[in-house]
Design a protein around this ligand. Structure first.
Ligand code: HEC
Ligand code: HEC
Length: 302
């Protein structure tokens, strides 16, 4: 086999050299300390002021507007449910349209979500629900309640403020848990002392609150400080104060939190040997309550 010719090699080397970035500090790069990161809060009102979502306030909106389809108890059986159609969704007319033929046919039914369906709810994040409520959902009967619906007109549905949309979704969130489950979660979080092995500290005995703090803000626990100091700078905000950080939690899914508690991550110990599946889910449900005002939904008064 013959190697590449010498002139080609020279051209190659010259081209490569031309692609190298100029080395040396550019005076335009500011030192890190000067860079201020301005982040808009995600859970905020129209003026950008941060909000604490309230399921109690969301209940009024839910029962006035959403219950027509989703049902007062959130199982998807409201008075309108059986009449709902999925716009532009019909296997027969869709196939005909592929063949270039426009025919008329009935649309398929569209079923409102059941907020007690744990398989579905544990894959939602508060933010994904916020997007659905704000924009509506294409090819289903779920209307948009934001000022700029993405999918056609908002089909006569009222425009809700940002606060109303956050409040109502957290009310829907409460259908997927119960006061009893939250009480169990709290007793485990604050009261169950377990032996865990932590990098740099060896084996310690503590509760979840021992690191995360009783209010989920990473303060006040016996190990909060030492753990907080050991986290990397870029990991701060993803540290022990995680649960009171509403914007961070908004994009989390219950399944992700479950996996972290079961398997651990970095300085977070894994608990799957010491807690049952139901206990871990109770903890996950409880963790959200650091970021919104809980109220039991109808049909679940303690
Ligand atoms: C006209 C009937 C109707 C009304 C009114 C309605 N919804 Fe829906 N909603 C639906 C339907 C149908 C779906 C299921 C969409 C699908 O098939 O993906 C749905 C789905 C949703 C979902 C997605 C759930 C998931 O797990 O993906 C959320 C969140 C939701 N609705 C919230 C609301 C809220 C909040 C209100 C009141 C402000 C509301 N809906 C009012 C019909 C309605
Ligand atoms: C030894 C201190 C310590 C203890 C005890 C502890 N955690 Fe953590 N936890 C952490 C740290 C540190 C992190 C951040 C880890 C990382 O870098 O991702 C974390 C992260 C988490 C996360 C991941 C959040 C996310 O979305 O990334 C969850 C969920 C969690 N902890 C729940 C719990 C629960 C529930 C308990 C009690 C059963 C508990 N933790 C006990 C230190 C602790």
């Amino acid at each position: 086999m013959r190697g590449p010719s010498v002139p080609l090699l020279i051209i190659g080397v010259l081209l490569l050299a031309a692609c190298q970035p100029t080395v040396g500090l550019s005076p335009r790069i500011r030192p890190l300390a000067d860079v201020s990161v301005e982040t808009e809060p995600l859970i905020a009102d129209e003026a950008g002021r941060p909000l604490v979502p309230s399921a109690l306030e969301g209940r009024a909106v839910f029962e006035r507007i959403c219950a027509q389809c989703h049902g007062v108890e959130g199982v998807g059986d409201g008075p309108l449910a059986k009449f709902l159609k999925a716009p532009q969704k019909n296997p027969f007319t869709d196939t005909m349209r592929l063949l270039g033929l426009q025919v008329k046919g009935a649309d398929l039914p569209s079923r409102p979500a059941n907020f007690h369906n744990l398989v579905q709810m544990r894959l939602n994040s508060p933010f994904s629900m916020y997007e659905t409520i704000t924009l509506g959902r294409a090819h289903t009967a779920m209307p948009a309640f934001g000022p700029r619906p993405a999918y056609g007109a908002n089909r006569g549905s009222p425009i809700l403020t940002d606060a109303q949309r956050w409040n109502v979704l957290f009310y829907e969130w409460t259908f997927a848990t119960s006061p009893q489950t939250l009480a169990l979660g709290r007793s485990l979080y604050e009261g169950r002392t377990l032996p865990v092995t932590v990098e740099g500290l060896g084996q310690i005995r503590t509760t979840c609150a021992g690191c995360h703090g009783a209010r989920g803000d990473g303060r006040g626990g016996e190990f909060s400080q030492v753990i907080g100091r050991n986290l990397w700078g870029w990991n701060l905000g993803q540290g022990v104060g995680i649960f009171a950080d509403r914007d961070f939690m908004a994009k989390r899914k219950p399944t992700e939190l479950y996996a972290r508690i079961a398997d651990g991550h970095g300085l977070m110990p894994g608990y799957k040997q010491q807690l049952t599946v139901d206990e871990i889910w109770a903890l996950v449900d409880y963790l959200w309550t650091f970021g919104y005002i809980y109220t039991p939904p109808r049909g679940q008064q303690p």
